[in-house]
Write a protein that binds this ligand. Structure first.
Ligand code: ZN
Length: 93
């Protein structure tokens, strides 16, 4: 999963009891409704719902990213926006 603080390998064991949303800064249905632990469980159980919820989140992430870029372009430049996104994305959690 793509989050504002980097890629999230939801299958990792460290999320087995993690009650936080996949991306705390995301307003999508998946992040508002389900914990990392539950998403991890769905993947481990090979439930198709895991892919649907993952897609809902990732599409929201990309839409938010593009919205931010459009707004940065309208303000006259993308440099600061891209630098800020990359800094957070590469820093991870
Ligand atoms: Zn989300």
């Amino acid at each position: 999963m793509f989050t504002r603080s980097g890629r999230l390998q939801i299958k990792a064991a460290r999320y087995a009891k993690d009650a936080r949303p996949a991306d705390p800064d995301c307003a999508c249905y998946t992040c508002r409704t389900f914990s990392r632990a539950y998403l991890r469980h769905l993947f481990a159980a090979q439930e198709l719902l895991a892919f649907r919820l993952n897609s809902i989140h990732n599409l929201t992430f990309y839409l938010d990213l593009m919205r931010g870029l459009r707004e940065a372009i309208e303000r006259g430049g993308t440099g600061a926006y891209v630098a800020g996104m990359l800094e957070r994305f590469q820093a991870g959690e």
